[in-house]
Design a protein around this ligand. Structure first.
Ligand code: BGC
Length: 436
């Protein structure tokens, strides 16, 4: 056994009696910590008209109905209450609200989001609202999306109108979700519409334009303020550790170093380097784990290897990526020290039908987060990905991230609490975890 500090247990002076484990049995989180769940419009709402509408995922699924949260949001909020969360990270779908550049916001769609926010308030659930989560209106996609510099002022206009309309309902804003994932899946890996591959210049221009829009929107939000109290605004960075499986492989080292430079360093620098950091009040971290390369191949289930084969190599994965709970402590600690911004873990979760595995994963990651906080990192909240089983982009409905299950075979889309939902409920209500 290794203590949290990484030192091996010692024996007492009085003989061979093992020293009692001093790790507290209950790990308390800071007062007023936000415990939430996260979702994204395209993945849960259904009935969207964006670049995903005609997309058919690898399992044959589409996002056309998804979880039908567009109609069932009152029920979803009841599930949040059952989970005991005090916060939720939700997106607002741009394509619902504007029909063309600089157009006024659609009043009916705005009213629906207002109703959702009012119901959250009545349930004592604090919203963190995401402005962009991998989707755009069709008129943006057809004019070059985020590679087009004209998208920046158009999005800033939209955000300004939205922030002004919702200033008395929203205090915490999240501008962009994972610009790194979005730009790489659209322009490097050919996984997201418009499915381009290896367009490095486009990748870089998407990141630069999003970073520019982020800076401007932060300014708008800070100026507008919120009737609910001091505003907070930041973007969410996916942090993946890129490493080698065989320590001596120079090629794998090169791929890992390039991935880190592109997806982590370049993106963080574009959003937070130098005085670009000024307008943000927090940094959102989406942390799932790591990717190790072996002979150019990423050792992850989404790379085509089975979980069982990977486990035989000592690579422990959910249905998507390798788990690396100690990395949560490192990433949180390092990012907090480097940027001196409070953090929210805006996403962490695992996809599996093995609930015992997911429980271990959650507890190990929360214990690592707790160590980071104990080491001085300012962390204000944690949002589990995800409230519901949902439409997982290119993988469709095959990946089960929900705390609450959705039966997609039944057209009524019934929801049921999962075992992990009960575990998370206890964490939220006690603001603590039992040491794993
Ligand atoms: C994204 C989510 C996605 C989750 C699981 C994150 O990168 O923000 O939209 O569903 O990971 O893959």
């Amino acid at each position: 056994m290794v203590s949290p500090a990484g030192t091996p247990p010692r024996e007492t002076d009085r003989g061979n009696e093992p020293r009692p484990d001093t790790t507290p049995a209950v790990l308390k989180f800071p007062d007023r910590f936000l415990w939430g769940v996260a979702t994204a419009p395209t993945q849960v709402e259904g009935h969207v008209a964006n670049e995903w509408t005609d997309f058919v995922a690898r399992d044959g699924g589409t996002c056309r109905i998804a979880c039908d949260s567009y109609h069932r949001y009152p029920e979803d909020i009841e599930w949040m209450t059952r989970l005991g969360v005090n916060a939720c990270r939700m997106g607002i779908e741009w394509s619902r609200l504007q029909s063309s550049a600089y157009a006024p916001l659609n009043p009916l769609e705005l009213a629906r989001y207002c109703d959702l926010l009012d119901r959250l308030k009545a349930a004592d659930i604090v919203p963190m609202v995401v402005l962009h989560h991998f989707s755009n209106p069709p008129w943006i996609s057809s004019s070059g999306g985020w590679t087009n510099p004209a998208t920046v002022p158009v999005f800033v206009d939209y955000a300004t109108k939205l922030v002004t309309a919702l200033r008395d309902r929203v205090r915490i804003w999240n501008t962009f979700n994972e610009p790194d994932t979005y730009a790489s899946c659209t322009y490097l890996l050919g996984e997201f519409p418009p499915f381009y591959k290896w367009r490095l210049a486009s990748f870089r221009s998407v990141i630069r334009h999003m970073a520019e829009a982020h800076g401007k929107i932060c300014g708008v939000i800070r100026k507008s303020g919120s009737g609910l109290g001091p505003v907070e605004v930041g973007f969410s960075k996916n942090w993946t550790f890129f490493q080698t499986f065989h320590p001596a492989s120079p090629w794998d080292h090169a791929i890992a170093a390039i991935s880190h430079a592109l997806f982590n360093r370049f993106v963080l620098h574009s959003f937070l380097g130098g005085n670009r950091k000024e307008p943000s009040t927090f940094l959102g971290l989406n942390y799932y784990g790591r990717v190790r390369f072996s002979h150019f191949r990423p050792l992850v289930p989404v790379g085509g290897l089975t979980r069982e084969a990977l486990a035989r190599m000592g690579v422990i994965c959910d249905d998507m990526f390798e788990r690396h709970p100690t990395g949560m402590e490192l990433a949180v600690g390092q990012l907090n020290r480097q940027y001196r911004l409070p953090l929210y873990v805006t996403e962490h979760g695992s996809a599996s039908t093995d609930e015992a595995f997911r429980e271990r994963d959650l507890k190990e990651n929360l214990a690592a987060l707790h160590r980071a906080i104990g080491g001085g990192a300012e962390v204000r909240g944690f949002f589990y990905w995800s409230l519901l089983d949902n439409f997982e982009w290119q993988f469709g409905y095959a990946k089960k991230f929900g705390l609450v299950a959705v039966d997609f075979k039944d057209e009524k889309l019934p929801r049921t609490m999962k075992a992990l939902g009960q575990v998370y409920r206890q964490v939220c209500l006690e603001n603590a975890i039992q040491s794993p």
